[in-house]
Design a protein around this ligand. Structure first.
Ligand SMILES: O=P(O)(O)O[C@H]1O[C@H](CO)[C@@H](O)[C@H]1O
Length: 285
């Protein structure tokens, strides 16, 4: 096989994990930059550092601890990725999504993807949370789609329809969660654009992404969502807006990763409340 992990490699990682943990999760959660605190509330936790799982890629970015956390959250058996992988760390795109393929092999059917993102939509504010309705796979549009390479039908089809990537029912449930928790003023919905990073956008690039119809921008999530859908999983995505992209040279400021992590910390409790309630209100087969 060319690009992409082999089915056998993914199965072998999953077998290794299944031999070491007792939990059998149906829901997977990927914690975005600075959003790993979700894992603190997991009960009866079993923790596997990525570095202790044979052939599993490791996280190298501050704010991404690099641990799989298995346990119970809101009565649901879950596995959390406390730390994701990004292609700017030097990984080929397919390698950043090995954990998603492994989750499926572990029995996960529904995945919640969270991320820290820049706001492109001028109506957004720092601290808002955007339910992802759609995405723009910028790397994919330029030939670097995560599904590039030989396709193994045991994972999924060669050609994948992506119009319904983000599950409408989960989005509707999440909107109700925002209302029920009195957080409607923070709720946004829109299109997430994936860039390769690690550079933040120039003013001209931000303008381009806005003209494309993007509402938020980040360096993750889209490849994970595509791979999850490739394997028939249900996908939900949520962006925490940690900074606003500069659309004017007059107001240009410098986004930093520290700022991104600080907003993640500040909004951690609200984000946690939303994800926990969404978990509670989500039924899984
Ligand atoms: O998408 P997550 O992992 O939340 O992280 C976001 O935050 C980092 C930049 O500060 C980038 O990695 C960007 O993608």
């Amino acid at each position: 096989m060319g690009d992409g992990p082999s089915f056998e490699e993914v199965s072998s990682i999953a077998q290794n994990i299944l031999g070491r943990v007792k939990h059998r999760p149906k829901i997977g959660i990927v914690c975005g930059s600075g959003l790993g605190g979700l894992a603190d509330d997991v009960q009866d936790a079993e923790i596997l550092p990525y570095s202790e799982i044979p052939t599993f890629p490791v996280s190298t970015v501050p704010g991404h601890m690099g641990k799989l956390v298995f346990g119970i959250l809101e009565g649901k058996t879950v596995v959390l990725m406390r730390g994701r992988l990004h292609c700017y760390e030097g990984y080929p795109m397919w390698k950043t999504t090995i954990p998603i393929r492994v989750m499926k092999a572990l029995g996960v059917t529904t995945i919640f993807l969270t991320n820290a993102a820049g706001g492109i939509n001028p109506d957004f504010n720092v601290g808002d949370m955007m339910i992802i309705r759609d995405h723009i796979d910028l790397p994919g549009l330029t030939g670097e789609c995560v599904l590039r390479g030989a396709n193994d039908e045991r994972f999924g089809p060669r050609f994948l329809a992506t119009v319904d990537t983000y599950d409408p029912e989960l989005r509707a449930t999440c909107k109700k969660v925002f209302q029920d928790l009195g957080l409607s003023q923070l709720m946004r919905e829109g299109t997430y654009v994936m860039i390769g990073g690690p550079t933040f956008e120039t003013v001209a690039e931000s303008r381009l992404l806005k003209a494309f119809g993007g509402d938020s921008v980040g360096m993750s999530t889209v490849a994970e969502a595509i791979v999850a859908r490739h394997m028939g999983m249900r996908v939900f995505g949520l962006s925490l807006i940690t900074d606003m992209c500069c659309l004017s040279y007059d107001t240009a400021n410098h986004t930093t990763h520290e700022e991104v992590l600080a907003i993640g910390q500040k909004r951690a409790e609200d984000l946690k409340a939303i994800v926990m309630r969404l978990l509670k209100d989500t039924t899984v087969e």
